[in-house]
Every structure is written in structure tokens, then in C-alpha cells.
Design a protein around this ligand. Structure first.
Ligand SMILES: *[C@@H]1O[C@H](CO)[C@@H](O)[C@H](O)[C@H]1NC(C)=O
Ligand SMILES: *[C@@H]1O[C@H](CO)[C@@H](O)[C@H](O)[C@H]1NC(C)=O
Ligand SMILES: *[C@@H]1O[C@H](CO)[C@@H](O)[C@H](O)[C@H]1NC(C)=O
Ligand SMILES: *[C@@H]1O[C@H](CO)[C@@H](O)[C@H](O)[C@H]1NC(C)=O
Ligand SMILES: *[C@@H]1O[C@H](CO)[C@@H](O)[C@H](O)[C@H]1NC(C)=O
Ligand SMILES: *[C@@H]1O[C@H](CO)[C@@H](O)[C@H](O)[C@H]1NC(C)=O
Length: 427
């Protein structure tokens, strides 16, 4: 089964960079078969262009398989490199002696609409891949959206696509253990790539909406030539989405699929007040960022009927407006709101908050120019709080998506739900 799937989704091809005519892929390392248990120093595995290059390539058609495996079994790059070294998926790969090019050729629009993993999870899987390549050394990762030009105003993925040459982990950062980078996506410690994640996401936000005002921290963002060379999309001369009205406070409220169509076992909502308690009294505008309610290009899984979302979001808006009479509270869900713009809102806001736990906000909250208030993701170490622009907060007292879904159908269920959301809590 596995081999059948493999043959349809990806190809292992040995190429030659130079003039070698042997067709060998990679020879077994002679210096040890032990699973590396200590952080590796990638600098010792520097690329040698005279060695044969192994190409491991996935196309769009292989992505559903790729992501499913990455989510449940572990980092795909670790598995593929292990396999290329004739090891099983349970043994870790060794640093490859000759260079590997690990390439994903994506149709990003398709990936977004047809896959059941949200943007946050896909980013986690792809940054996890880049991290594993970094820790192993001697692997170039190429992530390419064939439709990047067409989708750059809508999607986040084109902005993290590029050709990432092997490079040493910066000395000042500690490096994660290989065994940990090879874990399934939700555990992979991608925060070790935070400098890059921050660079790419902030860059995307500026590319989309520009610098909001001259004293905004985005005005200090500096393009790094070495990084610019890697990225697939060049920085545009002028913002792609000019004249977007941004807010001091951006709050993500996940509506859509899990409220209207099918509950999500792992998702829970906070009461309105536990979000409001973090909002600065200085805030002049507060935006509730959510999916468009009707008729727009949405992910298929968000469904088309939206009756519950307007009720919940309307109540949230009213609650915030009562609490912050001097601020303008707006619902950011017009038809041309999309994931890229939502991310830009979180990244540009002075404060970014979420009304529940969602992988959607992990990356933009950690990359924001302001402060993100975030329940600590599984893979992030507590001590990392200082290195990201987030405050790790604890959401207790959540209403699960499943309870919400069930309650909605009961007599007076809707009233009970609104009652729960609008009850004040002190912290
Ligand atoms: C990875 O290896 C290190 C060093 O041996 C060990 O301390 C750590 O617990 C391991 N982590 C996992 C998830 O197995
Ligand atoms: C690259 O590999 C070749 C053949 O193994 C070796 O002769 C050469 O010294 C290496 N070059 C570098 C820069 O490591
Ligand atoms: C893996 O096995 C194949 C087929 O048996 C062989 O051709 C190849 O040289 C082996 N590769 C390594 C790295 O041992
Ligand atoms: C910006 O956020 C900080 C907290 O991170 C807060 O103290 C400050 O009042 C906020 N300013 C505005 C204009 O919202
Ligand atoms: C709103 O603004 C007025 C006038 O500037 C001020 O007196 C009042 O305290 C503010 N209200 C809140 C809730 O911040
Ligand atoms: C909710 O009620 C509707 C109509 O009464 C019913 O069709 C639907 O299956 C119920 N859903 C749940 C989750 O109980």
C-alpha cells in the first residue's frame, strides 16, 4: 500500500550536478550508524557540488497523502531521507553525505480549497520540513506555488515559498534535537525558525497592506538581500491591497464550518469577557476577524449556510461596543477578506486576540508587530515567550465546539449559548 502511494505521489531521482557518471544515489555513511541524539552542527555537512544530488519531489497530487502522513505519523522529510538511506520510518535519518534537494511543487489554490487542513496546520507542516532540513544539513528545500502570482493577494502559502539553501543554524539559537523535529506536525518545534517565520509573515503583511502609518513598527522593517533571494515572491513595489482599514485590536473568531456544519472535537470558545479583559483601554478600533458570512469564495468545508455566525458575532460586537464605548468595533468579514488579509490584520494590529484555541492564529500571533495573546501551542517551549511577540495565556472555562453545536439545537439553546458567552468573568 505504502509503496503504491509513494509511486503515485513523489519521485526519487538521482541527478548529477557535475560530471560524475555514476548513477548511485547516496552511499551509506561510514562514520556511524547511530541515531543522532545530540544537536547536529550543519556546518560540517556543507554542500559539495561535485557529489551527486538526490532529488525528492512531491507534486500537488501527492499533497493530500503528504499532509495526512505529516500530521499523523511525523515529519515527511525525516521519513523520506531515512528511506533514501534504506532505513525504516522509525529510525531517524542520518545527515546526508551528498546533497538532497527536497522539492514541493504546489498548486496553492487547490491545496487551500481541497485539503481538509487549515492554513495554520499546513504552515506548521512546511516550516517543520524546513526545520528538519536545517537540523540535518545538506538539504535544500524548495517549496514552490505554481500559481503564486495569481494567489499572492489571497493566500499565505505563496509567501513562505522559496528555495532554501542549506545553512547553519545561527549560533545564538540553540538547535532542537533531531528526534523532536521529526515528530508529527503538532509537536514539531518550529519556533526554532521563528526569525524566518517572522520575517516572511511580516513581509507578507507589508506586501499586502503597506505600512499603516509612519510611526507603525512596520516602518522599521528591513529587507535582507540574502533572504530576498530565497523567497519565491518578490516584494511588490506598491501594496497589493491598498486602503485596507486596519484596527488597533484584531480578534479572531472562528465561525463557519465548526459552528454551522460540523463541530470540531478539538476546538473550544472563550467567553467574550475573557477576550475583552486583555484589550487596552487605549484601543481606538477593534476588528472581529472572521469568515465572510455568505456566498464568497470559501473553503468547501465552511459550507454555504450561515445562520448561527451572524447571531454570535453580532452579540460579540455588541458586547465589545458596550465595554469599549470610545472604540469603534467592526466585523471584518466583507467578501474580499481572505486568509492572507486576516493574517495581515493580526500582524499589523497592536493587540491580536482569539476567541478560542485555533492553529490558524499561531503563526501570525507569534510574528505580529504588536502583541499576540495566545494559548501556548503544544510544540512551543514556555521559555520561548521572550522570543516571540506573544503573551502565552491560559484559556480555561471553554465551551467546546461540540457542546455548542449540541446546545444550539435544544429548547432555548440559543439563549443559553448567548448567556454563557456574555457572562462576565474576572480574568
Ligand atoms: C530526544 O533526544 C534527547 C537526547 O537524547 C532526549 O533528551 C529527548 O527526550 C528526546 N525527545 C523525544 C521526544 O524523544
Ligand atoms: C568534494 O568532494 C570531492 C570528492 O569526494 C573531494 O575531492 C573534494 O575535496 C570535496 N570538496 C569540498 C569543498 O569539500
Ligand atoms: C539502498 O538499497 C538500494 C537497493 O537495494 C541500493 O541500490 C542502494 O545503494 C542502497 N542505498 C544505501 C544508501 O544504502
Ligand atoms: C498597544 O498595546 C499595548 C499592550 O501591548 C497597550 O499597553 C497600549 O495601550 C496599546 N495601544 C493602543 C493604541 O491600543
Ligand atoms: C471615553 O472618553 C471620554 C472622553 O475622552 C472619557 O472621559 C471616558 O473615560 C472614556 N471612557 C472609557 C470607557 O474609556
Ligand atoms: C438539529 O435539529 C435539526 C432539525 O430539528 C436536525 O435535523 C439536526 O439533525 C439536529 N442536529 C443535531 C446535531 O442534533
Amino acid at each position: 500500500m505504502l509503496s503504491v502511494m509513494l509511486s503515485t505521489c513523489c519521485s526519487f531521482i538521482a541527478l548529477h550536478r557535475a560530471t560524475l557518471d555514476s548513477a548511485a544515489i547516496v552511499t551509506s555513511p561510514s562514520w556511524g550508524q547511530e541515531t543522532p541524539q545530540v544537536p547536529l552542527s550543519p556546518s560540517i555537512h556543507s554542500t559539495n557540488n561535485t557529489q551527486p544530488l538526490t532529488l525528492i519531489r512531491y507534486r500537488q497530487s501527492g499533497m493530500p497523502y503528504f499532509l495526512r502522513e505529516a500530521m499523523s505519523q511525523g515529519n515527511m522529510l525525516c521519513r523520506d531521507v531515512a528511506e533514501q538511506q534504506n532505513k525504516t520510518r522509525d529510525t531517524l535519518p542520518l545527515p546526508p553525505l551528498s546533497p538532497i534537494q527536497y522539492s514541493l511543487q504546489l498548486e496553492c489554490q487547490k491545496l487551500f480549497y481541497q485539503n481538509s487542513w487549515g492554513t495554520g496546520n499546513v504552515l506548521q507542516a512546511f516550516y517543520g520540513l524546513r526545520l528538519a532540513a536545517r537540523v540535518l544539513g545538506n538539504i535544500e528545500v524548495r517549496i514552490r506555488c505554481k500559481d503564486a502570482e495569481k494567489t499572492k493577494s489571497d493566500l499565505v502559502l505563496p509567501w513562505m515559498a522559496g528555495a532554501f539553501v542549506p545553512r547553519a543554524v545561527v549560533e545564538t539559537q540553540s538547535s532542537p534535537f533531531l528526534n523532536e523535529t521529526c515528530l508529527p506536525f503538532s509537536h514539531a518545534p518550529v519556533h526554532y525558525l521563528m526569525d524566518e517565520i517572522r520575517y516572511e509573515l511580516r513581509r507578507m503583511a507589508i506586501a499586502l497592506v503597506g505600512i499603516p502609518y509612519p510611526t507603525h513598527p512596520a516602518a522599521d522593517f528591513v529587507l535582507v538581500p540574502e533572504r530576498e533571494q530565497e523567497m519565491q515572491l518578490p516584494m511588490p513595489e506598491t501594496p497589493l491591497r491598498p486602503n485596507i482599514e486596519l484596527d488597533d485590536v484584531a480578534i479572531h473568531f472562528r465561525c463557519g464550518d465548526i459552528i454551522e456544519v460540523q463541530p470540531h472535537y478539538a476546538y473550544g470558545y472563550t467567553r467574550f469577557s475573557s477576550v475583552a479583559n486583555y484589550i487596552s483601554s487605549e484601543a481606538r478600533s477593534i476588528g472581529i476577524v472572521t469568515q465572510p458570512f455568505q456566498g464568497q469564495r470559501q473553503r468547501r468545508m465552511d459550507g454555504t449556510e450561515h445562520t448561527r455566525c451572524p447571531i454570535l458575532i453580532g452579540a460579540f460586537q455588541q458586547f465589545l461596543q458596550d465595554r469599549f464605548p470610545n472604540a469603534t468595533v467592526l466585523i471584518r468579514n466583507s467578501p474580499d477578506e481572505n486568509v492572507a488579509l486576516s493574517y495581515a490584520r493580526f500582524i499589523m494590529a497592536n493587540q491580536s486576540l482569539a476567541s478560542g484555541i485555533s492553529t490558524f492564529v499561531y503563526f501570525p500571533f507569534m510574528a505580529t508587530f504588536g502583541t499576540g495573546y495566545l494559548q501556548k501551542p503544544l510544540y512551543v517551549e514556555e521559555s520561548f515567550e521572550e522570543r516571540v511577540n506573544s503573551r502565552f495565556i491560559e484559556h480555561s472555562d471553554l465551551m467546546s465546539s461540540i457542546d455548542l453545536f449540541r446546545l444550539w439545537n435544544e429548547t432555548n439553546g440559543r439563549e443559553q449559548i448567548l448567556e454563557w458567552f456574555t457572562t462576565d468573568v474576572t480574568s
